[in-house]
Ligand binder design. Structure first.
Ligand SMILES: [Zn+2]
Length: 334
């Protein structure tokens, strides 16, 4: 049995449906099928917006804001099609983990995926070929999960094509987070999967990092709730009688260079000495690594590797060598 969808995405109206995917026996015991919610809101001939949350299962603002949107948006205001997967990786969400426990897969590294691969690979394939392939616009919602806290920020992959990049920049500005991170196709040696999928499918799309610590933040949830409504207004999917909220010009920060990433130099207890959103200078101290189990040892000082804004910070004290401690974004212009 392959992936099944129990609603007709071409039909008008509000539909709460299920994406059902088999779980190979080798990938785990228990349930043979995994069911993940999908919502379709369709009215009129306007553009299609695909919204995904929970690509990582320990990030919560997106899933909550998107599920809420799916059940509360008044269809009478809609001119277009909104497809929502609030908990895109249903298995990871149930486990409260970043990756799929049954196959170890990171959905955001699994794109484009394959039709007959692991659960995570098949899920990536479904999202790219069945959902993103239909989309004019898309937004994917992330957070820092269990290990990081992010300054709320949209992000997109810079292609180098000025007109294309501007479209994504405008979408990020419409969303309204105060910062926007510029990513490369590969950042820190890893591909940002769903963002590459957006580009392959010719979709104008953004992702974003909102909050972290595997918690649901009041401010970050509010940014997601409002941001997604702003996207609906910006894309013209909600009719003009709903006044579009004002967009703000976000501070663009570049996180493409390796210097943006400060990692733990040693085993230890991480003490940040700068705050999320603060500005640091290259070479200045940003953390101390303590060894309380070796009380005679001085704490090791960790330094920033470039000037910039503290966009993300490790959410846990106990750290091992090469764990990310900070992501420092260099303010730039597009
Ligand atoms: Zn994530």
């Amino acid at each position: 049995m392959s992936t099944q969808l129990d609603i007709d995405l071409d039909a008008e109206g509000r539909q709460f449906g299920t994406v059902t995917m088999p779980l190979n026996l080798a990938e785990g015991s228990g349930s043979q099928q995994v069911e993940m919610p999908i919502i379709s809101l369709r009215s009129g001939a306007g553009p299609t917006l695909v919204l995904t949350g929970g690509v990582h299962g320990d990030e919560y603002e997106g899933p909550v804001a998107l599920a809420e949107l799916g059940r509360t948006l008044d269809l009478r205001h809609v001119n277009g099609h909104i497809i929502i997967m609030p908990t895109a990786n249903g298995l990871a969400f149930l486990a409260g983990k970043r990756n799929t426990p049954q196959d170890g897969g990171n959905l955001n590294r699994a794109f484009p995926g394959t039709i007959d691969g692991t659960f995570t690979s098949r899920l990536a394939h479904f999202i790219e070929t069945e959902l993103l392939a239909r989309a004019d616009y898309t937004a994917d919602f992330h957070g820092g999960g269990e290990i990081l806290d992010f300054l709320p920020s949209t992000l997109f992959v810079v292609t180098g094509d000025a007109a294309e990049d501007q479209k994504r920049m405008d979408l990020a500005a419409a969303f309204g987070a105060r910062h926007c991170m510029l990513f490369g196709f590969k950042t820190m040696g890893v591909e940002v999967g769903i963002d590459a999928a957006m580009l392959r499918q010719g979709v104008i799309g953004i992702s974003g990092e909102y909050g972290g610590s595997a918690a649901l933040g009041i401010e970050t949830l509010d940014i997601c709730r409002q941001g997604v409504r702003r996207l609906l207004a910006y894309t013209g999917i909600v009719r003009p009688e709903m006044p579009p909220p004002l967009a703000i010009e976000p501070t663009l920060v570049d996180v493409r260079e390796e210097e943006s990433y400060v990692v733990a130099p040693c085993e230890g207890v991480f003490e940040p000495v700068v705050e999320l959103g603060g500005f640091v200078q290259g070479g200045s101290p940003v953390a101390r690594m303590h060894r309380p189990d070796r009380p005679a040892e001085e704490a090791e000082i960790v330094h920033a590797r470039c000037d910039g804004i503290v966009m993300a910070m490790r959410a846990r004290a106990k750290s091992s060598p090469n764990d990310w401690l900070f992501v420092i974004g260099r303010p730039v212009r597009l």
